[in-house]
Design a binder for this molecule. Structure first.
Ligand code: ATP
Length: 508
C-alpha cells in the first residue's frame, strides 16, 4: 500500500475524478465533513454493505436484521447516557480561532514522543545490526525510558482529570506540555468545555408543543428498543443477534481526514444478546470473527491490529478496536464492545417496561448481556479505497493508476468492449452484454482506443474486461483481460458468465 500525505491527497482526487466521492453541495463550496457518493462510490458502498449483511445475517441462523428509524423518542438518549455523557472536550485557540478536541491535542503530543522513541529504536537497530535486542533496548536506553515515563505520566493524568471531569486540569496539562496551535503557533488557549455531539431538531409544527428530538448518533439504540419485539416475533433463543445498517449523525468538533470522520455517516452494527456471565467468551469470539471477516477480503494481515481499551466507556466491561493502517497511520476501523446489561437495563428503568428474557434452559428470567460489533461503513470504504489505489510503471515505461479492489466489491464486475464500433462488432458486444447484465453490474464502452478504455476500467477497479474482435464473429470467442496481471486469454463467449462468477463471487 502507498503511504503518506501526498498519496492521501491523490486518493481524494482520484475518488472525485472517477465518480466515487464528491463533497456535499460542492457548487455552494461544500458542507464541512459531509460527502456524497457518486455512481461508482455508491456501487462500491452497496457491495460492502451486502458483504457485511451476508456474513452477519445470511450466514448466521441466529442473527436477524432490522431497519429502525433515525428519529427516536428523546428519552432513549437520556437512558442511553448520550444526553449527559456524549461529549468531547473542546478548546479554541484565541489567535487562529481554530477549534480542537483537547484529547486529540494531547494524543498528538504523545504520538510525537512515541515517534521519538521509534526513531531512537530504528537508529540503534541499524547500529547494532543482527545482535540488536529491541526489548532490552526499550527497557534500558535512558532517552527511551525517559520518554516512555513522560508518556505514561501524561496519559495517567489526562485520563484521571477526564474521569473526574476536571477540565481546568486538562487545560493546565495542555499549557504545561506547551502545546501550540498548529495554525497560529501560539499557546493562547481558551478554557476547555464539554461539547455534546448530538444534533437536535424539533418535531411537530410551531403551533403545537415543540419537542426537541435528536438525530441518532449510533444505530445501536434502535436495536435495543426493539430487542423484545424481535425476540418475541422471531422466537429467538439466546444467544442471538440483531444487525442493522444505517445513518448516524455526530457534530464532530474536528472533522478532517476526508470520510474518516464525518458529521453524517453510516454504521453497520450487530448487537449479540447473551446469558449474563458468558459475555467475555462471546466478546472473544466476536473479536476473532470480525478480524477474520476483514482478512477474508484479501488485504495483507499486517494492515490490521487490535487495540484493547484501557479507559472503558461507561457501559462497557471490555472493549477493543480493530485498527487499520490508513495512509495517515493506524486508526480505528471497528469497535467490539462488551456492553453488559447497561442499555437494556437503562431502557427498562426509563420506560418502565420489562425487557427480560425467560431462559428455558435455566428456568430463569434475566436482562441479557450484550456484545456489540460496530463498524463505520464509510471508514471501511476508505480502508478499501486507500489500500486499492496503486500507481504502476509498466514494462513499456508507461504509467497506470489501478484500483486493486477485492473483485467481489468492485462497482462493475466486467466491462464489455467491442474493439471497434463497425463491422458488426458493436452488435455482437451488445449480445454478450445482454447475456451478462442480469447477473453482474456490467459496463459497456465503445469509444476511444482499446488501451484507453482498459485504463479507465483499471482506474475504477473493474476486475475483467471482455473484448469482442473480428475473430469473435468467426468463432464466438472473446478475450478476457484480468485487471491486476493484465493477462488476456481467449474463451468462448458462453463461458464468460461462469468464469466471471467463479472469480468474483463469494469465497467460502
Ligand atoms: P472515534 O474514536 O474515531 O471518534 P468512536 O470510538 O467514537 O470513534 P464508536 O462510537 O465506537 O466510534 O462507533 C463505531 C464505529 O463508527 C467506529 O469504529 C467508526 O468506524 C465509525 N464512526 C464513528 N464516528 C464516525 C465519524 N464521525 N465518521 C465516520 N465514521 C465514524
Amino acid at each position: 500500500m502507498l503511504k503518506g500525505d501526498d498519496v492521501f491527497k491523490k486518493i481524494i482526487g482520484h475518488a472525485k475524478e472517477y465518480g466515487f466521492i464528491f463533497q456535499s453541495s460542492e457548487i455552494y463550496d461544500g458542507l464541512s465533513a459531509v460527502y456524497d457518493y457518486g455512481q461508482n462510490g455508491s456501487a462500491l458502498k452497496n457491495n460492502i454493505k451486502d458483504y457485511w449483511w451476508k456474513s452477519m445475517v445470511q450466514f448466521h441462523e441466529n442473527i436477524v436484521g432490522i431497519d429502525s428509524a433515525i428519529f427516536m423518542h428523546p428519552t432513549v438518549w437520556k437512558a442511553s447516557g448520550h444526553v449527559d455523557a456524549f461529549n468531547d472536550p473542546l478548546i479554541d485557540n484565541k489567535d487562529s480561532k481554530k477549534r480542537y478536541r483537547a484529547d486529540v491535542l494531547i494524543e498528538d503530543h504523545v504520538a510525537k514522543l512515541e515517534e521519538k522513541i521509534n526513531k531512537e529504536v530504528q537508529k540503534a537497530a541499524k547500529r547494532f545490526g543482527e545482535s540488536f535486542d529491541e526489548k532490552m533496548f526499550r527497557e534500558t536506553n535512558p532517552r527511551v525510558v525517559a520518554n516512555r515515563e513522560k508518556i505514561d505520566g501524561i496519559m495517567k493524568r489526562f485520563v484521571s482529570s477526564l474521569e473526574a471531569e476536571d477540565l481546568k486540569d486538562v487545560k493546565a496539562l495542555i499549557e504545561e506540555l506547551e502545546i501550540a496551535c498548529p495554525v497560529s503557533g501560539s499557546k493562547n488557549w481558551t478554557d476547555v468545555r464539554q461539547f455534546n455531539l448530538m444534533f437536535s431538531t424539533q418535531m411537530g409544527s410551531l403551533s403545537e408543543d415543540t419537542n426537541q428530538i435528536f438525530l441518532r448518533p449510533e444505530t445501536a439504540q434502535g436495536i435495543f428498543v426493539n430487542y423484545l419485539n424481535v425476540q418475541k416475533t422471531g422466537r429467538m433463543k439466546i444467544p442471538f443477534g440483531i444487525a442493522q445498517i444505517g445513518k448516524a449523525f455526530r457534530n464532530e468538533i474536528v472533522a478532517r481526514q476526508f470520510i474518516f470522520r464525518m458529521r453524517e455517516f453510516e454504521q453497520m452494527e450487530m448487537q449479540f444478546f447473551v446469558r449474563p456471565g458468558e459475555e467475555k467468551q462471546w466478546y472473544e469470539y466476536w473479536k476473532e470473527n470480525r478480524m477474520k471477516w476483514h482478512k477474508s477480503l484479501g488485504m495483507p494481515d499486517d494492515v490490521y491490529r487490535f487495540h484493547d481499551h484501557d479507559k472503558l466507556a461507561h457501559y462497557a466491561n471490555a472493549a477493543a478496536d480493530i485498527e487499520f493502517e490508513f495512509p495517515f497511520g493506524f486508526k480505528e476501523l471497528e469497535g467490539i464492545h462488551s456492553r453488559t446489561d447497561f442499555d437494556l437495563g437503562a431502557h427498562q428503568k426509563f420506560s418502565g417496561k420489562k425487557l427480560q428474557y425467560f431462559d428455558p434452559e435455566t428456568n430463569e428470567s434475566y436482562v441479557p448481556y450484550v456484545v456489540e460489533t460496530s463498524i463505520g461503513l464509510d471508514r471501511m470504504f476508505l480502508a478499501i479505497l486507500s489500500h486499492a489505489y496503486n500507481e504502476e510503471t509498466l514494462d513499456d515505461g508507461s504509467q497506470r493508476v489501478v484500483m486493486n479492489l477485492p473483485p467481489m466489491l468492485a462497482p462493475y464486475k466486467v466491462a464489455v468492449l467491442p474493439l471497434m464500433k463497425k463491422d458488426g462488432l458493436a452488435e455482437k458486444a451488445r449480445e454478450v452484454m445482454d447475456n451478462l447484465k442480469y447477473d453482474f453490474m456490467c459496463a459497456y464502452e465503445e469509444k476511444d482506443a482499446i488501451g484507453r478504455r482498459y485504463r479507465r476500467q483499471d482506474a475504477i477497479g473493474t476486475p475483467y474486461c471482455i473484448t469482442i474482435d473480428h475473430q469473435t464473429l468467426e468463432d464466438n470467442t472473446v478475450t478476457i483481460r484480468e485487471r491486476d496481471t493484465m493477462q488476456q486469454e481467449r474463451i468462448h463467449k458462453d463461458e464468460v458468465k461462469r468464469v466471471v462468477m467463479e472469480r468474483t463471487g463469494y469465497k467460502r
